[in-house]
Write a protein that binds this ligand. Structure first.
Ligand SMILES: Cc1cc2nc3c(=O)[nH]c(=O)nc-3n(C[C@H](O)[C@H](O)[C@H](O)COP(=O)(O)OP(=O)(O)OC[C@H]3O[C@@H](n4cnc5c(N)ncnc54)[C@H](O)[C@@H]3O)c2cc1C
Ligand SMILES: O=C(O)[C@@H]1CCCC=N1
Length: 388
């Protein structure tokens, strides 16, 4: 098949990371094509749904540092488009006062001078009514945190990309990638050429990378996105200043439990477990494990007494996990004009604007604005489980 069109850059995958990358490339006057296998918008990857948490509270400084600029980029997109994408609610971080994880969150916030409020056991229920703080747990609020309107953000950034002259082709699955000075990208509709390609394919990253001779140690898990009904409507509502929350660990689980105030679905609070069961992204509905829901039910019954401890709505989403839960932001080791953004490990949405900027810089051969060593592919080479 002959090449249909030539681009400066082709971005594969129109989730949050691909959409922000394409937007950044178009802002840099690059002729850019964004390819998506499904009809947009869709609910079959990792970026759908109405809300996501945005926060500076992290265990590692490097994420907090990136979030400083990232908040500005979210605000810039809001200004450019006149669309509200962020609502400040604060994030309540709770965890065993003496645990390493809880202390890391607290230290990172304080070291980086993020505005916080530390709640004592005595004043906790005055500030956060209808939540039981577990025995021995500490509580600190990241004041800058809040909710991102996820679906709206995706529509907005894709719209801006198109306004800048960018081309989106949805329902066009990439079936092959042939590396070279001009990368050839085959789809269900034809073949395109580009000086560089960015792969932001979420749970399908390894399927695409297989065409380039690379496999990353990624694991795809299905997340049950649970909504819990308030016994009395609006008890945990955003308008009543109920915050997002994150439990570093607890009686029920080793992984985070996190929640967002009732807002998008009236009377329903979104609470999820930060782990799921391994799935094939094309067969995710065949994965029916509910052990994460059991964990959540026990937590809700114990600590959120004004919620019905049975999920009222369960939706589906997927995480693409790396072994260390840090992202992959790098050039392909053998083909430097193929750039990879993958393994966002269930916490990548808030970083969309900065990841778009970084992947754009990598694809233009520029020095990235941040030290990318935590995100480099070579970190997996010492790991015997790596499939590199
Ligand atoms: C339940 C849940 C809650 C979360 N909560 C938060 C949160 O509170 N805060 C936060 O910051 N993050 C959160 N995240 C994480 C965040 O949503 C993800 O990190 C992010 O959406 C990943 O985006 P992506 O662009 O890498 O992947 P995706 O959104 O999956 O996008 C990849 C796209 O590539 C397309 N594609 C794949 N293969 C091909 C192909 N061959 N041809 C063409 N297109 C292709 C796919 O169809 C898909 O649209 C959460 C995730 C889940 C699942
Ligand atoms: O990224 C986030 O903020 C959420 C909550 C904590 C676990 C993962 N996603």
């Amino acid at each position: 098949m002959s090449t249909k069109e030539e681009y400066d850059c082709i971005v594969i995958g129109a989730g949050v990371q691909g959409s922000f990358t394409a937007y950044q490339l178009a802002k840099n006057n690059k002729k850019t094509l964004l390819l998506e296998q499904f009809v947009l918008p869709h609910t079959r990857g990792s970026s759908h749904g109405q809300t996501r948490i945005i926060r500076k509270a992290y265990e590692q400084d490097f994420y907090t540092h990136m979030m400083e600029e990232c908040y500005q980029l979210w605000a810039q997109l809001e200004r450019e488009t006149g669309v509200k994408l962020y609502r400040q609610t604060g994030l309540l971080v709770m965890g065993p006062e003496k645990s390493e994880n809880y202390q890391m969150f607290k230290n990172t916030l304080q070291k980086n001078k993020v505005p916080t409020v530390v709640l004592s056991r005595d004043n906790f229920s005055q500030h956060i009514p209808h939540v039981t703080l577990a025995e021995g747990d500490g509580a600190v609020v990241d004041i800058t945190a809040g909710v991102l309107y996820a679906d709206r953000a995706l529509r907005t950034v894709q719209g801006q990309f198109q306004k800048l002259g960018g081309v989106i082709r949805d329902k066009e699955k990439v079936t092959d990638i042939k590396p070279g000075p001009t990368v050839k990208v085959s789809t269900s509709a034809g073949v395109y050429g580009a000086k560089s390609v960015v792969i932001t394919a979420g749970p399908w990253a390894n399927r695409l990378l297989a065409h380039t001779g690379l496999q990353l140690p990624l694991e795809v898990v299905k997340i049950n996105v649970c909504y819990w009904k308030e016994k009395v409507p609006d008890t945990y509502n955003v308008k009543k200043r109920f915050p997002c929350f994150l439990l570093t660990e607890g009686e029920e689980a080793n992984e985070h439990i996190y929640g967002l105030p009732s807002n998008e679905y009236p009377g329903l609070v979104k609470i999820c477990y930060h782990m799921g069961s391994v799935t094939d992204p094309d067969q995710r509905d065949k994965q029916t494990d509910r052990s994460d829901i059991d964990i959540l039910q026990r937590y809700v019954a114990r600590c959120l007494p004004k919620l019905d401890p049975e999920p009222a709505v369960v939706e589906t989403c997927m995480y693409t996990l790396t072994p260390d839960r840090h992202f992959v932001l790098d050039c392909h080791p053998a083909h430097r004009n193929i750039v990879i953004g993958a393994g966002f490990s269930g916490h990548g949405f808030k970083f969309g604007p900065i990841i778009g900027k970084l992947l754009c810089e990598l694809s233009l051969g520029e020095v990235p604005s941040y030290d990318l060593s935590p995100f480099r592919i070579r970190r997996f080479q010492a790991n015997p489980k790596s499939a590199l």
